[in-house]
Design a protein around this ligand. Structure first.
Ligand code: FAD
Length: 206
């Protein structure tokens, strides 16, 4: 949840739209934004065979979002009441998107797998039971946040090294974190392991 924040453009490839969220220090802007995350497993995108299948899976929906947004890096948006009915919205209610450079009304079911949309619809409705107005009809969904965590993992052994000795895969890009805190903790874990490894080597050398 980014209180008083914005939905930001986070694409890293031509012809793709990717969103993320952030708040400026004041956290005083009009909207409260949150990413609603749906778990995707390797079997959902054939990741058992091809280690890069997850990246292709992300790209597919980022490109669809780009096209649905108007192929001009605008993001596709939909009001929650219309999302539940799979129909394109025609006007905003009290809430306006903060995504720049712009937003285009679209049916987000066309740029996300149906099982993801079903989970989003159920999840947002369920959150609405705990958080007043979370599932209000004019809440704006802006798509697509596909980079919540890395779709691949570089394997590492018990002393956190990869099969290339001396390489310590860590953090989000290597598939061991999904967010600032978990990345920092994983970085600390690897640093501690490196100290331990080289301390042991020091002792054995003497
Ligand atoms: C717009 C946006 C908003 C976000 N908001 C939040 C939030 O509110 N809360 C939250 O918890 N997380 C948020 N995240 C996610 C968070 O930023 C990441 O999870 C976190 O930064 C991962 O840390 P990391 O150290 O693993 O990787 P990174 O922070 O990605 O660091 C990797 C570093 O490696 C450098 N690098 C890459 N390739 C090379 C190379 N070949 N040689 C040398 N250096 C290289 C990169 O320049 C980068 O500095 C957000 C992400 C984005 C994009």
């Amino acid at each position: 949840m980014c209180p008083g924040g914005v939905v930001t453009a986070s694409a890293s490839e031509k012809g793709g739209v990717v969103t993320n969220g952030m708040s400026f220090h004041e956290r005083d802007l009009e909207n409260a934004n949150s990413a609603v995350v749906v778990s995707i497993n390797p079997e959902d995108f054939g990741g058992e065979e091809n280690p890069l299948a997850g990246i292709e899976f992300q790209r597919e929906f980022e490109r669809k979002a780009f096209e649905l947004g108007g192929s001009n890096y605008h993001a596709p948006v939909q009001l929650f009441k219309d999302f539940k009915e799979k129909r394109v919205s025609t006007a905003f209610g009290d809430i306006y998107p903060t995504y720049r450079p712009g937003a285009t009304f679209a049916n987000l079911w066309e740029c996300l797998p149906a099982y993801v949309c079903e989970s989003l619809s159920e999840g947002i409705t369920a959150f609405g039971k705990w958080l007043d107005n979370y599932d209000r009809g004019d809440a704006v969904l802006t798509g697509v946040e596909t980079r919540t965590s890395s779709p691949l993992r570089i394997t590492r052994d018990d002393d956190l090294q990869s099969n290339v000795r001396g390489i310590y895969p860590c953090g989000e890009g290597s598939g061991y974190a999904g967010g600032i805190m978990s990345a920092a903790i994983d970085g600390l874990k690897v640093a501690e392991q490196i100290i331990k490894t080289y301390k042991t080597m020091d002792k054995t050398d003497k």
